[in-house]
Design a protein around this ligand. Structure first.
Ligand code: DLL
Length: 437
């Protein structure tokens, strides 16, 4: 395996130097934070009146957590720490439940963010010989512009195709010889199914890699995309509150995501007690940004569940690795009293090769009980008018799910391409229970 580093010094910085860097940056972030109305109050209440209160990284513990709720309350300018005239861009998260959260950047913030994304891209072996099609939403969402800038920084030819319009995506790939794409994993699966449907031959495109993220997916889903499209898929993690993409990324070992610890301090805590979990155990990821002056966010509760890999990675990077995100604390479904994450269902169904590329979980009330229906598309080897293999497959999926998640779902099989797809993040769960009351 060969490894290439975009920023060799920072990516392989010995841990003591990395921690010294973190401390310096943390102090700097505290100084900026104290200029925002929100943190001025919050930090002062916690006895932190200047960066001098932070003497070692252990003092991070003295800083209170920040939640999505806090960010919403601070809308629109409560977290801005520099004069408005120095801000050159904002991004906002969609905010399905009302007020969005807004993040501001000055010129250096954008350039630091771009450096982190470039680091992710280059680390997978890409360089200026690549043609990069960015098949993700542009606009207020950070995925589009974030990867666009990172791709240009690496020197690749960037095609800003945006999400959706699958047929045009194929044309662009064929016309310009696209070698790398960025998309959500659900869109990649859709692209593959559509390619088959439209008779686009694999030989007519030069694709060899994809960056897939912005939503959870299982290892089996990754494998499926890799096998179907004959490409390498790299997991990409980030969130708008921490700039967007470029927070954690896989190296060619594809065994955990390196979190860029010169840009972020990562903690994993028990979501109930907020105490750190023992190294290697799963908990809620808490992140502190070290690389953004315009909107410093300290100890942000991401709600994402992950764990640290205890061992160092053989790629030579000193930045720790996170496990693939298995779900969010607010994703958990309670089905007749049993706790269940949608990712547990995905793990089972995507390991069955006759299952197609899309699925949907529907939950309803039936009398007093919850009823879960798993709708999956079927793969190309299954014909919808042949009842026997169809019923056998249905039964196999049901039994495998029951054995693994201890609930007995209803299973429905659907023709390839018939379940809804969304341009942005996939909506995997339709919970109709509250409407039934
Ligand atoms: O999704 C930023 C991004 C863009 C990441 C493009 C990667 C690629 P938000 O819209 O704020 O930002 O959503 C962030 O999405 O807290 C996770 O719950 C989820 N998420 C993002 N990446 C992954 C991943 C962007 N690789 C939220 N695996 C996060 C699992 C992910 N979940």
């Amino acid at each position: 395996m060969t490894y290439q580093y975009w920023n060799p010094k920072m990516e392989t910085l010995p841990r003591p130097d990395l921690e010294a860097w973190q401390l310096r940056q943390l102090k700097n972030m505290v100084t900026y934070a104290l200029r925002t109305p929100f943190y001025k109050k919050r930090l002062t209440e916690a006895g932190i009146k200047s960066e001098d209160a932070i003497k070692s990284l252990k003092d991070l513990n003295r800083i209170p957590f920040t939640t999505k709720h806090d960010l919403r309350d601070g809308f629109p300018y409560g977290f801005l720490s520099i004069p408005r005239e120095e801000v050159i861009r904002l991004h906002a998260s969609s905010g399905t439940t009302g007020t969005p959260t807004t993040i501001y950047f000055n010129k250096e913030d954008i350039s630091r963010w771009t450096g982190f994304v470039a680091r992710c891209i280059y680390g997978t072996g890409c360089d200026k010989t690549d043609v990069f099609q960015n098949m993700i939403t542009y606009g207020l969402f950070t995925g589009g512009l974030g990867f666009h800038a990172g791709g240009e920084e690496v020197g690749m030819l960037v095609i800003p195709s945006g999400a959706g319009n699958t047929t045009r995506q194929f044309r662009l790939m064929q016309d310009f010889g696209t070698t790398v794409v960025h998309a959500t994993p659900s869109f990649l699966l859709h692209v593959e199914a559509k390619m088959r449907e439209e008779g686009v031959s694999r030989e007519s495109i030069k694709l060899r890699k994809a960056f897939a993220g912005a939503e959870p997916y299982s290892e089996d889903t990754r494998r499926r995309i890799e096998e179907l499209l004959h490409i390498d898929v790299y997991n990409s993690y980030g969130l708008s509150e921490m700039n967007g993409p470029g927070v954690a990324f896989e190296c060619p070992n594809k065994n955990g995501l390196h979190i860029w610890e010169d840009g972020y301090i990562a903690e994993i805590v028990n979501p109930d007690t907020l105490e750190p979990v023992p190294e290697g155990e799963t908990g809620e990821l808490v992140l502190t940004i070290l690389c953004r002056e315009a909107t410093p966010i300290l100890r942000y509760r991401t709600r994402d569940l992950s764990a640290f890999y205890p061992e160092p990675c053989s790629c030579g990077r000193t930045h720790r690795r996170l496990h693939r995100i298995t779900g969010r604390t607010d994703d958990m479904l309670i089905i007749n009293g049993v706790n269940l994450f949608p990712s547990q269902i995905e793990e089972v169904i995507m390991s069955i090769k006759e299952v197609g590329n899309n699925y949907l979980i529907v939950i309803e009330k039936e009398g007093v009980l919850d009823r879960i229906t798993v709708k999956t598309e079927v793969g190309p080897t299954i014909f919808m008018d042949d009842a026997r293999p169809l019923n056998a497959l249905k039964e196999r999926i049901r039994k495998t799910l029951q054995a693994s998640i201890t609930i007995n779902p209803r299973v429905e099989l659907h023709e390839s391409g018939s379940l809804p797809i969304s341009e942005g993040k996939a909506k995997r769960v339709q919970d109709n229970r509250s409407q039934d009351i």
